[in-house]
Design a protein. Structure first.
Length: 153
C-alpha cells in the first residue's frame, strides 16, 4: 500500500508592513512616561473630622446630641444604642457618639459643662444652650430632651 502523503500547505500570505504615523508614536511614548503624582491634602484624623462636623452642626443651628462614652462599658453601650434610635427630625438633630479618649478635642463644648463620668450625653440647642444627662438614659428621656431643645428654636 502506498504511503499517504499530505499536500504541502501554501505559505501564509505576507502582510504588508504597516506604517505608523509619527504622531501616534509620540502619543504612545507620552502615555508610557511616568506621570507626576499629585499629593493629596493630608488626611484628617477621624477625631478632627468628627469635631469639624460638630462645629458645623452648631453653626447651622441644629440640635447637637453628643454622647461621651466608654465603648467597653455595658451602660455606655446601651445609651449609645438608645441615642441611635432617636429620630433626627429631618436633619435638624445631629447625633454623635464620642469615645471618652477623645474628650480633649471637644473643649469648646465641655468647657461649659464638666464631663466627669461616662456615659454623658451633652445636648446643645440651636441657641447654644447646653444640657446634659449623666449615666444611663432611656430612649424616652433622650427623645424628650431633644424635643425640648428643638422647641428652643
Amino acid at each position: 500500500m502506498p504511503a499517504r502523503t499530505t499536500a504541502p500547505t501554501a505559505p501564509a500570505a505576507a502582510h504588508p508592513i504597516a506604517t505608523v504615523h509619527p504622531a501616534a508614536t509620540a502619543r504612545a511614548a507620552q502615555a508610557a512616561r511616568p506621570r507626576p503624582v499629585a499629593h493629596p491634602a493630608p488626611a484628617r484624623k477621624p477625631a478632627e473630622t468628627r469635631l469639624a462636623s460638630v462645629e458645623h452642626a452648631i453653626r447651622s443651628h441644629r440640635v447637637v446630641a453628643l454622647l461621651f462614652y466608654n465603648p467597653g462599658a455595658p451602660d455606655d453601650r446601651a445609651v449609645h444604642q438608645e441615642l441611635a434610635g432617636v429620630p433626627t427630625h429631618g436633619g435638624r438633630v445631629f447625633k454623635l457618639a464620642i469615645p471618652v479618649g477623645e474628650i480633649r478635642s471637644y473643649t469648646s463644648i465641655t468647657e461649659q459643662l464638666s464631663v466627669n463620668l461616662s456615659p454623658t450625653l451633652v445636648l446643645v440647642a440651636p441657641d447654644r444652650e447646653t444640657d446634659e444627662i449623666v449615666g444611663y438614659a432611656d430612649p424616652f428621656e433622650i427623645s424628650q430632651r431633644v424635643d425640648d431643645a428643638l422647641a428652643l428654636r
